[in-house]
Design a protein around this ligand. Structure first.
Ligand SMILES: [Zn+2]
Length: 306
C-alpha cells in the first residue's frame, strides 16, 4: 500500500521569478505521477500541521512569526534563498501536516509506505530559523510526532538530498531516539555535515566529493550507511528525499542518475520490514532540474510501490 500526500496550497507557495525552488517543481512531480503505472496509489489531501505538532521542534516565537509574516501580495525575503508569498504559510502547514499524517497512516496500517509530494521543503529549517528554501522542518516535525504521539523509541531519518540536512541534524543532535543519516556533497551549501559532527552518536554524516557519481554513492550507502541503519533497528524509517544529486541538477555537482534513486529507495524499503514493520515515509526535499526531478521522483515512487 502506497499513499501519496499532497495539497494544492503547496503549488501556490511562490517565491517568485528566477527562484530555483518553484511551483513548477511540484507540478513536474505530480504530472509524472499522473500515469497508469501509479494508478494503485492512494492519493490523500494533506491536513495542516497543528501548532502542538510544530512546537515539538520549532520555537513558539518562530512559529508565530512565520504564520503571521506571509505578505498580502508579492514576496517577503526571509534569507538569501528563502521567500514567502501570500500562500506560503498555508503551504508550510500542509507540507508539515502531510508528513505527520503519513506517519499516522503507516503506523496505523502496520505495513505501508507513503510519499509526501510537498513544498516548501524542510531539512534546512532549524528550530528558530527559515533557510535554504525551507520554512518548517517537515521531516523533523513528523519524527517528533512519531516519538511523542506514538511512543516510538527508534526512528531513522535517511537524507540523500545533495545538501546536508543541517536543520534536521541540529534539531535532533541530542535526541538518541532519532538516528540521522546523511549523504551529501561537500563542500556545498550549507557547509555543515562533516564526519566529526556526531551528535550523541546518533548523527552519521557521509560527505561525497564534487564529481562523485553512482559508484561512490552506492559504495557509501552499502558499505557504511545502510549497515548503521540496520544496527539501529528503527521502528520507522523516514526519508528526506531530495533529488538534487542528479547529474543534471543546476545547484550541485554530483553525478547520480534516476536509477540511483530507485536503488537507494529499494535498499531503504528492504530495510524497513526487518525492524520497522515495513513502515516508511518519504518526503520531497530538493531537485531543481525539472525533467531530472520528474524522472528521479518517479523512480523513487516506483520503488516504493513495487
Ligand atoms: Zn538540496
Amino acid at each position: 500500500m502506497l499513499r501519496l500526500y499532497t495539497h494544492p496550497a503547496c503549488l501556490q507557495h511562490d517565491p517568485g521569478p528566477g527562484q530555483a525552488e518553484s511551483p513548477a517543481r511540484l507540478r513536474a512531480v505530480l504530472q509524472a505521477l499522473d500515469h497508469d503505472r501509479f494508478a494503485a496509489i492512494d492519493r490523500v489531501e494533506a491536513p495542516r500541521a497543528s501548532r502542538e505538532q510544530l512546537l515539538r521542534v520549532h520555537d513558539a516565537a518562530y512559529v508565530e512569526r512565520l504564520l503571521s509574516s506571509a505578505p498580502a501580495s508579492g514576496t517577503l525575503r526571509l534569507d538569501e534563498d528563502t521567500l514567502m508569498s501570500p500562500a506560503s504559510a498555508e503551504a508550510a502547514l500542509r507540507a508539515a501536516g502531510a508528513v505527520v499524517a503519513a506517519v499516522d497512516a503507516v503506523i496505523a496500517g502496520r505495513d505501508g509506505h507513503a510519499f509526501c509530494a510537498v513544498r516548501p521543503p524542510g531539512h534546512h529549517a532549524t528550530a528558530d530559523q527559515a533557510m535554504g528554501f525551507c520554512l518548517f522542518n517537515n521531516i523533523a516535525v513528523a519524527a517528533a510526532h512519531a516519538l511523542a504521539a506514538h511512543g516510538l523509541k527508534r526512528i531513522a531519518i535517511a537524507d540523500f538530498d545533495v545538501h546536508h540536512g543541517n536543520g534536521t541534524q541540529a534539531i535532533f543532535a541530542t535526541e538518541p531516539r532519532v538516528l540521522f543519516i546523511s549523504s551529501h556533497q561537500s563542500p556545498l551549501y550549507p557547509e555543515t555535515g562533516r564526519e566529526d559532527e556526531r551528535g550523541v552518536g546518533n548523527i552519521v554524516n557521509a560527505p561525497l566529493s564534487p564529481g562523485d557519481g553512482s559508484y561512490e554513492f552506492r559504495e557509501l550507502w552499502d558499505g557504511m550507511l545502510l549497515p548503521r541503519l540496520h544496527a539501529f533497528k528503527p521502528q520507522l524509517v523516514l526519508v528526506s528525499a531530495g533529488f538534487d544529486a542528479h547529474r543534471d541538477d543546476p545547484l550541485a555537482d554530483l553525478r547520480l542518475n534516476h536509477e540511483d534513486f530507485a536503488w537507494i529507495t529499494e535498499r531503504l524499503v528492504a530495510l524497513a520490514p526487518a525492524h520497522a514493520g515495513g513502515r516508511l515515509v518519504s518526503s520531497l526535499e530538493g531537485g531543481y532540474n525539472l525533467s531530472a526531478l520528474a524522472a528521479s521522483a518517479t523512480a523513487h515512487v516506483g520503488a516504493l510501490l513495487d
